[in-house]
Write a protein that binds this ligand. Sequence first.
Ligand code: ACO
Length: 457
Amino acid sequence: MRTSGEGCTFHTYISGHFNNPYPRAAMSEKAQIILNGKTYEFPVVTGSEGEKAIDIGKLRDETGYITLDFGYKNTGATTSAITFLDGEEGILHYRGYPIEQLAEKASFIEVAYLLLFGELPNKKQLEEFEGNIRYHSLVHEDMKRFFEHFPSNAHPMGILSAMVNSLSTFYPKSQDPHRPQALVLRTIYRLIAKMPTLAAISYKNNLGHPYMYPVNKLGYVENFLHMMFALPTEEYEVDPVVADALNKLLILHADHEQNCSTSTVRIVGSSQANLYSAVSAGIAALWGPLHGGANQEVIEMLETIRNDGGDIQKWVDKAKDKNDPFRLFGFGHRVYKNFDPRAKIMQKTCHEVLGELGITDEPLLDLAMALERIALEDDYFVSRKLYPNVDFYSGIILKAMGIPTSMFTVIFAVARTVGWVSQWKEMVEDPSQRIGRPRQIYTGPSQRDYVDVARRG
Ligand code: ACO
């Protein structure tokens, strides 16, 4: 490989084997950077699926230069053995297992175990894990008082982020960066267990309905639905079609390597802040409309298009207009440049769920399909490799399940919690981990002297 810029040439070559500091990443190549005539060598790291990176860990020490990479488009912040994705081929694996197989056959709680511990659980391990999660699903009664003081129209993502951070005040031992391993695991179980409880209370709070306690005989997904939709006044039966669809949706959203919210969790955690605070920051990052908040935006966009008369071309043209801030939500992805495998599964599931629930007429689904068709034939989207992402169809499924729009990103957060805690666990167990602290190139004024206010014109 050879690239070149002003005063700088860059190429890589294969060399003999030498000591590999990356336990799961082979190193047999080296890269050379030529800066102002001087050659510097850097190791090339190769992942288990053949991805390559130039390890520039010593770049500044040796050359005085840093790299500049807006939005970290080319920057690997870590090695990781959890999730593999190939954006060109549309491949997504959790711990080596294709997402299609997991979505089809696994339970969300099995996937949570897989992400956390690296292997699918056997029967005993699964029962133990489920027991641990069940044990921690209640939240402290005092937390109810916090909920009562949020405005009734508060967005549940704001509530969720605040509540998860406040969990750290109920479990002060978790704030000790040198806590024993058992306590770390307990914090992880608490987070996975309490997230649906907190999410459901946020929802009930909006409605002004009484909070429903978790029921131990129910599974994770069924319990979540029970806490969201049951009322103390009547029997509630979980619809297996809805539970199945939610299980699939949670699996598809469980992890996605170093995305915006996961990188946030890692960087907050890298300062040895407690895990509750790191996950709370991850929830805040996920809320943004360019990330997880897109699932809410998609439905609102489709509703706006429908209410505006359904002229899809007009909205496609708006999305293409560089003077118009409008973007087609649910389209485009930083990494997927061919198709998002999760979107394919989501689209199929959407048709199945609507069919099984007997919803024969869903105008938003028809609109979404027409929008997808028109956009995928348009050169603007084709040339920029903009395809529907996971959020394009998920909102329609959630809507069919009776989940209100403001809860869509909350459901995503419940799922992604298992990814966040797995990535955090991997980070804190890695002895080479350092505090996350990027550099910058300063572009402000050079040094100048202070002038007294009376003398400033
Ligand atoms: N509608 C219209 N144009 C778009 C869209 C879109 N949805 N997405 C990207 N583009 C255009 C950009 O304007 C840019 O055009 P240009 O090259 O002429 O300037 C080009 O495509 C590349 O886009 P970037 O913003 O540079 O790509 P980036 O990788 O930084 O952003 C992102 C990815 C944020 C997902 C973007 O595609 C987007 O905003 N999509 C809509 C929001 C969305 O659906 N987010 C959910 C992502 S999935 C998830 O996080 C769970």
